[in-house]
Ligand binder design. Structure first.
Ligand code: DC
Length: 242
C-alpha cells in the first residue's frame, strides 16, 4: 500500500440509481483501496434460489441454499468479479428475473445474517492485509460496519434514479423504458425500506448527499475532501493511531 491510500472502511449506502456503484468504485480506485458490492451477494443468492425453482420468500429452503453457496467475491475496483464456484455470474445476476426477486430474498433474516458474516470476513481479511475498502450496500453503516470512520448515504430524486438506472441497463444490453425502470426502482425501495431486518436507512452519523443535480465526479471529489479532513489515508491514519 502507498502512504496516500485509504486505511479502514468507507460505508456507502443508499437506494439504487443514486450513483452508489460508480461512486464507490471510483472512490476505491482514487484511494488505492478494495471494493465490495454487497448487493451482488444478495443477487447471487437470489440467482441460486431461482435456479433451484424456489419462491423468493421460501425462507426455510433458501437459507440452506445460501449456506451451501460457494460464493466468491472479487474486491478489485477495476474488475469486480462475482463467481459461484468457478462460474462467472456477474452478468446473469443483473438480469430481470433476479432484479424482480432480490428484494424478497434480501428481506429474509437468515440470509442477511449469513451474508453479513461473510461481508465482515471479507472486510477483516482486506483490512488485516493492510488495505482500505469501500463497501456499498443498504445496511453497511447501520449493521455490517457500524464503526466505519466514514459513512455516506446517497439519495436522489425518483426521476433521476430511474433515468440513471435505465441508462446503465441500456449500456449493459438490457434495454427498458424510463417509466418501467421507475416502477421497478420505487417498488424495490419500498420493499427494502420497509422490511424488518436491517431496512434501508441512513446511520445517524452518515454524511448525507443528494446526488440529483450533482455529477458523480463532483461527488467523488467531495468525498475525497472528507477523507482527508478525517485523516483516513495511510500516513495520517497511522499518526492518529487508526
Ligand atoms: O445494489 P443492488 O441493486 O445490486 O442491490 C440488490 C438488492 O439487494 C436491493 O434490492 C437490496 C438488497 N441489498 C440489501 O438488502 N442489503 C445490502 N447491503 C445490499 C443490497
Amino acid at each position: 500500500m502507498d502512504a496516500g491510500d485509504l486505511r479502514g472502511v468507507i460505508a456507502l449506502d443508499g437506494p439504487s440509481g443514486t450513483g452508489k456503484s460508480t461512486v464507490a468504485r471510483r472512490l476505491a480506485r482514487r484511494l488505492g483501496a478494495r471494493y465490495l458490492d454487497t448487493g451482488a451477494m444478495y443477487r447471487a443468492v437470489t440467482l441460486a434460489t431461482l435456479r433451484a425453482g424456489l419462491d423468493p420468500d421460501d425462507e426455510a429452503r433458501i437459507v440452506p441454499i445460501a449456506e451451501g453457496l460457494d460464493l466468491r467475491m472479487g474486491t478489485d475496483p477495476d474488475r469486480s468479479t462475482v463467481h459461484i464456484g468457478d462460474e462467472d455470474v456477474a452478468a446473469e445476476i443483473r438480469g430481470r428475473p433476479v432484479t424482480l426477486a432480490v428484494s424478497a430474498v434480501s428481506a429474509i433474516p437468515g440470509v442477511r445474517e449469513l451474508l453479513k458474516a461473510e461481508q465482515r470476513a471479507i472486510i477483516q481479511r482486506e483490512v488485516g492485509g493492510g488495505h482500505g475498502i469501500v463497501v456499498e450496500g443498504r445496511d453497511i453503516g447501520t449493521a455490517v460496519a457500524p464503526d466505519a470512520p466514514l459513512k455516506v448515504f446517497l439519495t436522489a430524486s425518483s426521476d433521476a434514479r430511474a433515468l440513471r438506472r435505465a441508462r446503465q441497463d441500456a449500456a449493459e444490453g438490457r434495454p427498458s423504458t424510463v417509466d418501467a425502470t421507475r416502477l421497478d426502482v420505487d417498488r424495490r425501495d419500498r420493499l427494502d425500506s420497509s422490511r424488518s431486518a436491517s431496512p434501508l436507512r441512513a446511520a445517524d452519523d452518515a454524511v448525507r448527499l443528494d446526488t440529483t443535480d450533482l455529477d458523480l465526479a463532483g461527488v467523488v471529489d467531495l468525498l475525497l475532501t472528507i477523507v482527508d479532513e478525517r485523516g483516513l489515508r495511510g500516513v495520517a491514519a497511522e499518526r492518529a493511531g487508526r
